[in-house]
Design a protein around this ligand. Sequence first.
Ligand code: BGC
Length: 571
Amino acid sequence: MAACSLLATGAGAVTLMQTPAAAAAIACSVDYQTSDWGSGFTTTVNVKNTGTTAIENWTLTYAYSGNQKLSSGWNGTWSQSGSTVTVKGADWNRSIAGGATVSPGAQFSYSGTNTAPTSFAVNGVTCNGGTTPTDPPTDPPTDPPTDPPTDPPAGDKVDNPFVGAKMYVNPEWSAKAAAEPGGSRIANTSTSVWLDRIAAIEGVNGGMGLRDHLDEALEQSGGEPLAINIVVYDLPGRDCSALASNGELGPEELPRYKSEFIDPIAAAVSDPKYAGLRITTVIEIDSLPNLITNAGSRPTATPQCDVMKANGNYVKGVGYALAKLGPIPNVYNYIDAGHHGWLGWDDNFGPSADLFAQAAQAEGSKLEYVHGFITNTANYGILKESYYTIDDAVNGTSVRQSKWIDWNRYVDELSYAQAFRQRLVQAGFASNIGMLIDTSRNGWGGTARPTGPGPQTSVDTYVNGGKLDRRIHLGNWCNQAGAGLGERPKAAPEAGIDAYLWVKPPGESDGSSSEIPNDEGKGFDRMCDPTYTGNVRNGNNMSGALGGAPVSGHWFSAQFQELMKNAHPAL
Ligand code: BGC
């Protein structure tokens, strides 16, 4: 979702109309919008039928005055010959009812000046001025268009699937929460369903499988719109920079990922029985960002991430998942976009967005199969800092020089998600993509929560004293002591944000604090050991983890209790 008005728009609206005698049936106006980043742009061309009779089999034509070159288009079939651009309606939107609008969009590259076209024609009838077209259109067209349908029928998807929808309550998590002292206060909160292994599709150890959840979602919906969020999490060589969530598939097992994991998921969610549900997906957390920050010449590189970068199986796996799930009319894909404490630095921000665009076009996927992105999944990054901003300085020194911020551009998830959304649009994603933020554990309330800014002795005293995110280091990620439940799931909370969700179910561990043998492929990562003094990825700081934690995904009662105690907003 997200208001297009947030974007830098190039040309303003060109709203003109005519009804020439030669084509009495056609009256149109065109609103041409762009989002431009200097060497390319995306455009949305809103074509409105201002008449009362439907325009059938529309073809839009217009011309550029510069060297604008088409890269890809959506919501119609786009082609270019010289400077002339032609867009034909797709199967599902080739009729524009009286008063209705279609919105084909496309991405172009260019150099020099990007002057907006001012003249548009629909079926040969120009939409600007009152001149009679020199070539009267053939009406009806002699050749009905024979283009193959453009998929997906993006028009079937709503802009923000969470608006006006109930949110699914996972009965399994709900029961565990309700069994905890005080847990009934939050047990009916929506949390995500994690497909973290092949067996999860049918249900692990007699537990609920994907279809069980979808059936239950139908029940809960009572025929009203309901959104159910599914985390798709089983890439080959999973979790290459850490050990706690290593998975079952080896680095080269892409064929199994496709046939045994993604294909059965796609088969289940595309069952017509579930067509009325809004099924949102979170695609492969912690995967693509690792290829940017933890591979190659970076000091943080790991051999495992180098392997996944070299074999391309993260990119291919994500592309395949999007390609299979994107065309399903009621499925909304959100790709994991790390968090501000990971991708907020300049070296990581743009390259990640460009990599996401590459993955979204791998293995037959298209950019339009991505509905948006999610930040902070299973992380602890604060939603909004209250007592300092990135623009503050102490005695003339920018807070960006503080140890905590360390030159990052962002201090919280909301500002990061909103800015990253715009960069993703520049990378080629649709201008109306929306962001999700996992707020399950970023509340940071309780007695340790600061109530005002830190002392202005130095940038460090100022930031450390006032920051709401109480972690020892921004790179700490495992079972953080002092964390609390964050904002409750909520649709459209801020501009550009489709929803706050509880994706990581509170009470489920991030990793064991000591080595615990298991049959899930999970390793022991010392970032989950409270006695660990750190590594290069957390600036060699203490891990900040709670002790006594079980293997990732397993119930961790002590953490659940602490999260409730430190909830912000408080329970
Ligand atoms: C684990 C998954 C688990 C998920 C949700 C991840 O850290 O690796 O097995 O399903 O957390 O708790």
